[in-house]
Ligand binder design. Structure first.
Ligand code: ZN
Ligand code: ZN
Length: 324
């Protein structure tokens, strides 16, 4: 037998064994692969949140809360992005909608405006009034309680402000036009987590945080609240096939938030909670069903311009047009 025919035979045999093996792979791999996927689907939301909270907690313990918060946030973004690519809830939502630049620009602008207002408030000496509110001996806040209970209390109290800020934004047209920027996307994924018109962001933060400041909550509780809201916010918008069970009864999970982005207002004008669903239960706006899937086609009935700057100007123009 010539070396050429030997090689040919060898490749034929190898080809045959590849065909046999590749036929076996699905049957061999399917059960453990499915098992891992199911485990990840159930553990991703509580597991990633717990890891992020642990990292943030370590940051507080070593007096570098901002550094460790940012590390946890970056890690969360990486994990969620990898999961969105491997086990998406809607395959269609992984396709480019041309809004990535606008999403990031809105995120940076709303964060930037809030930061600038904090600096501006310091310049005009607003801190003379705000700082005493977070100093010991002010207000009725139970500062002697363990910090984790104070953080839970801060979440419940601030959520009352977040809930009404969000609900008014849906039910009162002049404010809806600002919030519509967030709802104008045609897909949900981690990059549109922070897509808020800066006026919309500012209004929510003011309503949520002012209640806590007025009650005299300490800065540590406020910082914890900001961290929890940031982690849960990114989880809420991710496009991952996850399972939640009873968690969706009390926490704002992606399962609930997908209903909130529905075009059908019987589903969309529901689930206003930012982190927890307590106030939705109290005020009768909680919605969830597992009888059918949340809509893959999401968005708003109005025409939102595609460009970032036009989107910034759009609510002002529409409000003026209505006033005319
Ligand atoms: Zn909304
Ligand atoms: Zn949203």
């Amino acid at each position: 037998m010539s070396p050429g025919s030997q090689i040919g035979q060898c490749w034929q045999q190898r080809g045959l064994s590849i065909i046999i093996l590749s036929g076996m792979i699905p049957t061999m791999k399917a059960p453990p692969f499915n098992l891992i996927r199911t485990a990840v689907a159930w553990l991703a939301w509580p597991g990633l949140l717990a890891i992020c909270l642990a990292i943030a907690g370590y940051g507080f313990a070593v007096c570098h809360p901002a550094l460790f918060f940012n590390l946890a946030y970056a890690l969360l973004a990486l994990c969620l992005y990898a999961l969105e690519q491997t086990m998406p809830h809607e395959q269609l939502w992984n396709e480019n909608d041309g809004q990535t630049f606008a999403n990031i620009a809105h995120t940076l602008t709303s964060k930037g405006v809030v930061q600038s207002l904090i600096v501006f408030s310091a310049v005009i000496d607003l801190t003379t009034y705000v700082t005493p509110a977070s100093e010991p001996g002010y207000g009725i806040w139970p500062r002697a309680w363990p910090m984790w209970i104070q953080v839970l209390l801060a979440i419940v109290v601030a959520e009352f402000g977040f809930y009404w800020a969000h609900r008014i934004a849906h039910e009162w047209k002049p404010l809806w036009r600002f919030h519509a920027v967030h709802h104008s996307v045609s897909r949900l994924w981690i990059v549109n987590t922070g897509r808020f018109h800066f006026v919309d962001s500012f209004k929510s933060i003011i309503l949520g945080m002012l209640i806590l400041l007025a009650l005299g909550a300490p800065m540590e509780a406020l910082t914890w609240l900001s961290a929890v809201t940031a982690f849960i916010g990114m989880l809420t918008h991710c496009n991952i096939d996850m399972r939640f069970g009873t968690l969706s009864r009390w926490f704002n999970t992606p399962e609930l938030h997908r209903w909130h982005h529905s075009r059908d207002l019987r589903e969309g004008n529901k689930n206003y909670g930012e982190n927890i669903m307590l106030w939705d239960h109290v005020f009768g706006t909680y919605f969830n069903t597992r009888d059918y899937r949340p809509p893959a086609e999401i968005g708003i009935s109005e025409m939102m311009p595609p460009g970032f700057l036009q989107q910034l100007a759009w609510p002002f123009r529409e409000n003026r047009r209505t006033a005319d």
